[in-house]
Design a protein around this ligand. Structure first.
Ligand code: URA
Length: 235
């Protein structure tokens, strides 16, 4: 692929801007500055430096973020920060999107990608990819509440929703899996059984666990992790 096209595909700006970047001597490949905008490179394991910073060519990007509290999943966040504030302009130029949404006060595993097919695969209502949440409740969780969550609760205007793999870890602490993603689903399910979510954290999507990341940190996913995120959990 032409160097100017490579840079454009990686989010460095318009074709014209990338040509200027190359001509200005900002790009080096294999320790040599390349000023030829029409130079061609094989993309397999291709790395390049822009102003001395190294980048790896990625056809698509798959990102896991440990979402902090106080961040909205929208580009035009109104009352809080936007999760997109946590990413470099190159990634924003590539048009990364959140794979589903977490509330501003929910923490944990949030995937972002510029691969429309991957986004569809994980968010399509019929795919049923499981999402696991850890939650702290305002009131002690009763066996009856767990039974109701397993059996299914009605959420107004949306239908009946069940939780699976429910594990109570202390009087006010629970982990559960859901297979859909309607608005405020976990909070509304807990409210429907007479409790209240105080803290919510997503720990797993499909079979992919939140990687070791501090809040606000992110990492690229490798192929194995991408497949794990897509895999369904046995209910
Ligand atoms: N359910 C909720 O209520 N909130 C989230 O952020 C995710 C699932």
């Amino acid at each position: 692929m032409l160097l100017e096209k490579i840079l454009q595909s990686q989010g460095f700006g318009s074709r014209k801007y990338c040509q200027q970047l190359i001509k200005s001597g900002a790009i080096s490949i294999n320790h040599e500055i390349c000023v030829d905008t029409k130079a061609k490179f094989d993309l397999k394991n291709f790395t390049f430096k822009v102003h001395g910073e190294e980048f790896e060519y990625r056809e698509k990007v798959y990102i896991a973020l440990n979402k902090p509290q106080g961040y909205e999943c929208s580009h035009q966040a109104q009352y809080h920060f936007s999760v997109f504030d946590l990413f470099d302009p190159t990634l924003l130029n590539r048009g990364i999107q959140c794979v589903g949404r977490l509330d501003q006060d929910t923490t944990g595993l949030l995937l972002l990608t510029d691969d429309g097919q991957f986004l569809q695969a994980l968010t399509h209502p019929r795919k049923h990819v499981a999402k696991v949440y850890e939650l702290i409740t305002a009131n002690p969780i009763t066996p009856e509440q767990i039974r109701l969550l397993e059996q299914g609760v009605e959420l107004r205007n949306d239908g009946i929703f069940k939780a699976s793999n429910i594990k109570q870890t202390s009087s006010n602490q629970l982990s559960l899996a859901i297979h859909q993603g309607v608005y405020h689903q976990v909070k509304r399910m807990l409210a429907a059984v007479g409790n209240k979510v105080e803290k919510l954290h997503r720990s797993k999507i499909g079979e992919l666990e939140l990687p070791m990341l501090a809040e606000g940190e992110w990492t690229y996913l490798d192929q194995t992790q991408i497949e794990l995120a897509k895999s369904r959990m046995v209910p």
